[in-house]
Structures are given as C-alpha cells and as structure tokens.
Design a binder for this molecule. Structure first.
Ligand SMILES: *Cc1c(COP(=O)(O)O)cnc(C)c1O
Length: 402
C-alpha cells in the first residue's frame, strides 16, 4: 500500500479528529474482534488469493476505463474518461466491499450477514454475496423504501435474503440502521453487520476503503496504459463516500492529481432540500463515529433530499471530512437538474445509462471540462442506471431526445 493509506487512519480509527468508534458497551468487544480479524486475515495469502479469484471469476473485474469521446467533444476543453463500475456484477461498486466483507465473515466463522439498506442497492449486493457463500442474510429496510423500491425488494427475496420491514419513526434509512444495530446486538457472535459505505464505527471506514481500493489501483494502471499519463482530475459522487474513497485511494499519493468529491445539492441549498453534507454541514456525531453532519435546529440529523436515493445520507465518511479539512480533496456539488441532464447526455452520446448517483460526477465533469483545455478528467462511474429508468422517464420524459 502507498504511504498515505498506511498511516491513515490511526490504530484506533481516527482521520485527524474524525472517525473513531462510539459504541454501546455490549458491542465494543465485537467491533474490536472485527478489527483484529481484519488485520490478521486480510493480509493472509489465502484471503488475498480467494478475493482475487472472486473478483476475476465472479464479479468480472477488472472493469474497463472508457474514453468518452463524444461527450468530450460536446463539452469542449478537457478529455473525459470513465472507470466503468457500472460493469461490475450487480451493476455498481458496492459488490466490491460486500464480497470482501462476506469473505472476511466466513474466515471469522460467521454464518450470517446483516445490514440496513435505503434504496435497496446495498441490500441486493449483500444478498448476492450471502448467496455466493451460502450464508444467511438479514436486511433491514424502512417501510417507505420497501414501497418505493419494489424491484430491489424482489431481487433480495429471489437471492434468499430475509427482509425486516422497519415501521417506526420516519420508516427510512436512518431507522433501518437503528433497527439493524438492535437486531445485531443479539446475534453478534454468529453474524457480521456489513455496513454499506465508508461510514460507521472503526474499523468499517478503513476496511470498506481498502476493499474498494481495487477500483483506484485498476484505474491508475489502465489510465496510464491508455494515455501514458495520470489524469489531471479524478472525480466521484459522494453519499457515504465508498466509491469516491475507492478511486481516490489509487491516486492519493500522486500530488498532481486533483481529487473532487461531488455531493448532491438536490433542489436547493435550503436544509431538507439536499444531502450536501460537507458543503453545508458542520462537525458532529452520527451512527457511532465523528464526522460532518447536516443538523436540524435541535442538533439532530436533518432530513435530506436528492433525486439519487443512494446519496441520501445526512452524514459522510470520516475520511472525506478529513480530506476536506486537509485540502487534499475538494468537495463540490451538482443538483438534481444537472444530474438528470448528465443522465440523458451520457445515455444519448455515449450509450451508457448511468445511475443517478454517478450522474452527479458526470455533471461535474461536463461543467468543469471547458475550464481545463488540454487536461483530462477521470470519472468513477459508480453504477448503471437500469434501476432509475422508470422513475426518470415517468417524471422527466426522455430528456427532449424523443
Ligand atoms: C450506493 C451508491 C452510491 C453511494 O454510495 P457511496 O458510498 O457514496 O459510494 C453511489 N453510486 C451508486 C451506483 C450506488 O449504488
């Protein structure tokens, strides 16, 4: 590993003042056991060999880097490229850490995987991993999300997962996390709580980043091979921040490569209309770690909105808060309208229908390209947009192309 990654986080999971593990006492020994197992097992030849095999023969890695020639032409300025995580099995980057977490769970002798899910993307990826390893799977999901995300609910059931509907409070992602933590306390000996992004108590932000690092390692090598140079700008959308940390990790020691995380500004900059945590938030605690948080007047996590439900989180991974403070990465935003325009543009001009989440990073590249003539921008295209086509066309038509 490169030097930054070796020295961040600290042993107890801090990136500067962010991160850590604030846990109910009953869970402390379980998270310590996971951290120790990760240190030991993830460096073993057997684990590395197994994970390489899975990535190549099940997930379809390496995913390619594509030159977006037509889009570069219409935007003018920088040449735009995309790392194609939309081509990873199940259609997004999430399987990268789910397969690795499942492999770790198996090495630890666990028989069950459990997690929360919002839009269902993480639930589907984890249910896929559980099916592959022949493990049980329990997914907590808010009743509102269950009603909204029927195809993902069907997928999880087909894959053999047990769905736990969450009917209290706002009946959405935040309550699903609370419900899953509660259920996990009683099963922590036999189950692994596989958190869905670079969030949660230590060791999850570090572990998920390191499992997603494969995206950055591949992309750096592929980009060098294609162009003979490194990209000038690397960009990715940021919800919790796992796809962004995955690609950033590959370039973080290359000081000349600018890193841009793109947050969703939804419909406006007013609290409740967006989920741009670093852009508009402040320091705070959420779900057992210290980071930046969008807070309401009472100091509680604020309601959030974005057209991309996978970015709908009032916190952010602690390492992003740290990279923002240190200045190594820059955080900008794209709003719903720009993301939709990018969704239509990439579909029409490149033959790639992107996830609405990923479309935020595409929107940033399209806006920024003209300011960087002769330079290159590499987008992490975190997922494909098949899941979004009904929502988009029912609400926004065909983008003026039909
Ligand atoms: C879940 C998801 C995201 C957001 O998660 P991060 O942890 O911020 O990467 C982004 N893109 C896609 C396609 C997703 O499914």
């Amino acid at each position: 590993m490169t030097s930054y990654l070796k020295t961040h986080p600290t042993r107890d999971g801090y990136f500067g003042s962010y991160g850590g593990a604030m846990l109910p006492p009953v869970l402390v020994p379980h998270f310590q056991a996971i951290a120790e197992a990760y240190d030991r097992i993830s460096n073993s030849a057997e684990f590395i060999r197994d994970l390489r095999y899975i990535r190549k023969h099940f997930q379809g890695r390496p995913t390619p880097v594509s030159y977006l020639k037509n889009l570069s032409g219409t935007c003018g300025g920088a040449q735009i490229y995309a790392k194609r995580e939309d081509l990873n099995h199940t259609g997004a980057h999430k399987l990268n850490h789910c397969m690795a977490e499942a492999l770790l769970a198996r090495h630890m002798g666990k028989t069950k995987l459990m997690a929360e899910t919002g839009a269902g993307q993480h639930g589907v990826a984890l249910a896929t991993a559980a099916a592959y390893f022949g493990m049980e799977c329990e997914i907590h999901m808010g009743e509102i999300d269950i009603a909204k995300e029927a195809p993902n609910v069907t997928r999880m059931k087909l894959l053999g997962a047990k769905l736990v509907p969450v009917g209290f409070g706002g009946r959405s992602l935040k309550e699903a996390v609370d419900s899953c933590f509660q259920s996990y306390v009683a099963q922590a000996d036999t189950a692994l709580f596989a958190i869905g992004s670079v969030v949660g108590p230590h060791p999850f932000p570090m572990m998920v980043r390191n499992f997603q690092h494969v995206v950055g390692i591949e992309a750096r090598e592929q980009f060098l091979e294609m162009t003979g140079k490194l990209p000038d700008i690397v960009t990715a959308c940021v919800g919790g921040g796992s796809n962004a940390m995955g690609i950033f990790a590959g370039f973080i020691d290359d000081e000349d490569v600018a890193l841009y995380g793109i947050e969703p500004r939804g419909t406006s900059s007013a609290l409740g209309d967006h989920a741009a945590t670093i852009t508009y938030g402040e320091d705070g605690d959420i779900h057992g770690f210290r980071t930046m948080v969008l807070k309401d007047a009472d100091g509680n996590p604020a309601p959030v909105h974005t057209v991309a439900s996978g970015l709908d989180y009032p916190g952010v991974g602690p390492e992003h808060a740290y990279l923002h403070r240190s200045g190594r990465a820059t955080y900008a935003w794209a709003d719903d309208k720009e993301a939709l325009a990018a969704f239509f543009a990439l579909s029409r001009q490149e033959g790639i229908i992107p996830a609405l989440e990923s479309a935020h990073a595409v929107a940033f590249a399209m806006r920024e390209a003209k300011n960087h003539p002769g330079k290159s921008i590499l987008i992490n295209l975190s997922g494909r947009g098949d899941k979004d086509i009904d929502y988009v066309t029912q609400n926004f038509g065909f983008g003026g192309v039909l």
